[in-house]
Write a protein that binds this ligand. Sequence first.
Ligand code: SF4
Length: 200
Amino acid sequence: MLARLTKAYPDWGPTLDFTTPLELLIATILAAQARDERVNEVTRGLFRKYRTPEDWLRVPQARLEREIHATGFFRQKAKAIKGAAQGIVDLFGGEVPSDMDSLIRLHGVGRKTAAIVLGAAFGVPAIAVDRHVARVAERLRLAAPGPDGPEEGLRALYRKKDWVRVTWTFVLHGRRTCMPTPACPRCPVIDLCPYPFKTR
Ligand code: SF4
């Protein structure tokens, strides 16, 4: 399945623009419930102005809220950005940490955000489960849904070296083909899929 999905989505990989782990962390916080294209438009200017965790702490909350307004949920996101920046300064000497346990200690950073940062910014194997990955894994019966989502099941199923590729090929499959109403007739893994409600 992974080989076929890789062939079907050769452009797999992060779709948020970033040049540092801090930028990816902030872009990922902003990407909740927002389109990546919109986030990239917003961060283009912000990343030129704010480069360090201290920069993000210095900007007044109200101004930050205005600057990220277009990504939605701007109050929570501004709080999460400032909370994460504070944690990076207080707990990790101003550097974004490069392991899961440390990353999820940061305010506003859950396992999904941490896994995206680990895989894309640090090259550390990690599977990030967003709604697309969860839907695809469930329909393909690759990992049982549970309170912690399918992350554990996917980690057991795939080799570590493939975890980042699993994340991004599943994301693209969920966005482009296996959407909430799936486009099964053009699915590259239709013959392997046990989902009972395929579209025709
Ligand atoms: S056959 Fe349909 S439900 Fe199954 S993975 Fe493909 S798009 Fe999704």
